[in-house]
Design a protein around this ligand. Structure first.
Ligand code: ZN
Length: 508
């Protein structure tokens, strides 16, 4: 489709984007291998290989010639009157955005920040092992300082957090997210407190032994059945599950297996990663090797993973299809568990200290805490040294649990050590969007529940392809959401979903 664009500058940009994308894919593959199959002693060489590629990619993406091509192509667009929503115009818009973001930040800053975060990661690991935040504090202090400098490269801004957030969620404003989260927090805390008054559900059967070899076959069969294309993707193992991809035709998922925690470790994390993977496999193949390849944002990506993991995977209709298959695959293990008990078990609400183990009702509260602390640090309202105490107090306030040490509190996530301030909100935004998208999808496919009960997922996937996946990065997150749902970002559908589902489970 881009062949017909009559602008030499555009064609130059396109060629460069393809080149950058190929080196990016090579780096991605090295990174994937690092987490899956690389022998431990390969680390030092791998770091050199990755940084050589990163440097090459940076040079090819930020060279002055790219800026000249962009300016010329934009002039051609103007002169020829391209439709602003055409693929070519959007290609230019995204390429311009990427270029400006990459070139506003001085190379010296990038080099120093990368040195700082690789040191910070080491010290974070040590601090976490010794459960002592003080070992990590000086590095975090420096990361916050450098992130303040970073925000200044994008001045003027409405809020110092905007340039950071925008790096993960293009076009999203801090004020929008804060307003959304304020209502969400109030309502989710109220719902949680109501649930905690009620008798707890039993989920002990989820931790019975499920032989790992059979887990592997089962997960693969389920993913394949639900629409993940193993001719264009893989499922491997890693310490922390993730998804990556080097093309729409090569999307890699990972998971992990533990005999006595099949659902917590392998099953639901695989559904989650599959949601990311289906998005990756669903982008318009004509966007390959252009700036429009990939997902709209981390938030939109997370809306897909959470939709498959929770809205589908933890629904009664889906479990009605799944449970007999589980019984066949693991004879005897779940014979005494009926659908109702199984549904309640996989949806158990239990305030916990660790974000990655949180249920649907408490998950966003972990995120809001992190975002509020990031903002407070950037604004200088909270000092790094006081962070553990502020963290613990807020955990008690919202979730009623208090970490006994820093490892299960402020040190649990790697994001800050990586310098990734502004990242966390995307998880909660994904949850909120997933419910909006689900609502729109159910309007268009009124019998989706019956389809899931029958193990039919093709219409569901086709709808997501049509309304979200195929656009890749062409539209900004809020545009994608608007197109798919006809709505602005709003928390009501998510709150309605939680209240209905958990009201029924806990008899509220
Ligand atoms: Zn995810």
């Amino acid at each position: 489709m881009f062949d017909t664009v009559t602008s030499d500058a555009f064609q130059q940009l396109r060629q460069r984007a393809a080149e950058v994308s190929r080196y990016g894919a090579a780096a991605g593959l090295l990174g994937w291998d690092q987490e899956t199959y690389m022998p431990p002693k390969g680390q030092a060489a791998r770091t050199r290989q990755l940084s050589a590629l990163a440097e090459l990619i940076h040079r090819l993406s930020t060279g002055p010639e790219v800026g000249e091509w962009l300016t010329q192509a934009e002039a051609d667009m103007e002169a020829q009157g391209w439709d602003p929503d055409s693929d070519a115009a959007r290609f230019l818009k995204v390429a311009r955005r990427d270029y400006d973001r990459a070139t506003r930040v001085p190379t010296e800053w990038v080099v120093e920040f990368s040195r700082l975060t690789s040191e910070a990661k080491m010290h974070w690991q040590q601090a976490r092992a010794q459960k002592d935040f003080r070992l990590f504090a000086p590095y975090l202090r420096r990361i916050v300082e450098m992130r303040r400098q970073y925000a200044e490269f994008f001045a003027p801004y409405d809020h110092i957090y905007d340039p950071l957030l925008d790096g993960f969620e293009p076009g999203m404003k801090t004020a929008t997210v804060q307003a959304l989260f304020a209502g969400l927090r109030r309502e989710q805390v109220a719902l949680l407190h109501a649930i905690l008054e009620r008798p707890q559900v039993d989920d002990a059967f989820l931790y019975r032994p499920f032989p790992v070899a059979r887990q592997k076959t089962f997960v693969r069969e389920v993913l394949e059945h639900m629409g993940f294309d193993f001719q264009r993707g893989r499922l491997d193992e890693s310490a922390h599950p993730f998804t990556t991809g080097f093309s729409v035709d090569d999307v890699r998922l990972t998971t992990r297996y533990k005999e006595t925690d099949f659902f917590g470790q392998a099953f639901y994390s695989s559904l989650h990663e599959m949601g990311h993977g289906l998005y990756g496999q669903g982008v318009d193949p004509r966007y390959e090797e252009t700036p429009l390849a990939g997902g709209a944002s981390l938030g939109v990506h997370e809306s897909q993973s959470r939709l498959w993991e929770n809205l589908v995977g933890r629904s009664r209709s889906y479990l009605q299809w799944l449970l007999p298959r589980l019984r066949d695959a693991f004879p005897g293990v779940l014979d005494d568990v009926d659908l109702d008990a199984f549904y309640r078990g996989v949806n158990k609400v239990q305030p916990s200290l660790i974000r990655t183990e949180a249920d649907e009702v408490t998950y966003n509260l972990h995120i809001m805490l992190r975002m509020d602390l990031e903002i407070a640090l950037l604004e200088g309202r909270v000092d790094v040294d006081d962070l553990p105490e502020v963290w613990n107090r807020r955990m008690e306030e919202d979730l009623g649990v208090r970490p006994k040490d820093d490892a299960e509190g402020v040190l649990q996530d790697i994001h800050w050590a990586m310098g990734a301030l502004g990242y966390f909100p995307t998880y909660a935004l994904g949850n909120v969007m997933s419910a909006q998208i689900w609502q729109a999808l159910r309007r268009d496919i009124p019998d989706v529940e019956a389809q899931m009960q029958a193990g039919r997922f093709a219409d569901l996937l086709a709808w997501l392809r049509e309304h979200i996946h195929r656009y890749g990065r062409k539209f900004e997150p809020l545009e994608v959401l608007q197109k798919a749902t006809g709505q602005e970002l709003q928390s009501q559908p998510y709150l309605d979903y939680l209240r209905t589902k958990y009201g029924e489970i806990y008899g509220l």
